[in-house]
Design a protein around this ligand. Sequence first.
Ligand code: SF4
Length: 263
Amino acid sequence: MARLTQADLADLNTTFEERTPAELLQWAKWIFGSRVYALSAMQKSGNVVCHMIHANKLDIGVLFVDTGVLFQETLTTRDRLASESGLEVATQITKPTIEEQTREMGVLYLDPDGQKKCCHMRKTEPLLDYADNFDALVGSLRRSDGGARGRCPILAVDPETNSVRINPLVNIDDDQLEAYIQEHNVFINPLHEQGFSTIGCNRCTTPVLPNEPKRAGRWRHLGPWSVYCGINPTDLAQDTETAVDLPQSVIDKMFGRETDFVI
Ligand code: SF4
């Protein structure tokens, strides 16, 4: 295994600013083969990434974390994606159930410290349980969502899952996303039609009014709309020395290095 830091990715990130989402997805498949998954919460932008994977015949599996407190519409979207696209969807189910968690720890999501604990238990830990299966995760973060995502890189190292995060949609704005959905008739989570601009657990997500920020419906009870669950490391502070360990051959392939022999 060899060390890969965020700083090592700087040149690739600069080059990749010129690539289309489809080209970035093709690169991800070429580099990581069967060890790349698309992490999707079945929101609109994730639905678009899954459509692009299917349309480009990339055979990238989809990883979905079922926290046990999701909206039925989200589960239905997951099932429809699997049946209509044929993409493999791996669902990681949170243990314990929300009832067991509440009996043992109370209602966690009502205060900031409890929310961090609850999100880690119900979102991050199920992802970590699957981390032996991947070296890279494709996400659907977009800079036009603002806040911490306004500076999201295309490639980011994620030490917690020891993987590379790839965000092919970072430069796609709302109008471009809607145009893709209309042009390709992409099936999206029906909750978006009911005023949900972003979608997470049913305990912590509400619709938003037209004049509210997009993320106003996430952890509304905690305000002021700056909370993230932490499943996407680029939502949190990272420095350039943040690192992961990947096979040397994968890192060489990422940087286009030739190896003549291996000892
Ligand atoms: S979004 Fe709310 S219910 Fe879901 S894991 Fe986070 S704190 Fe818990």
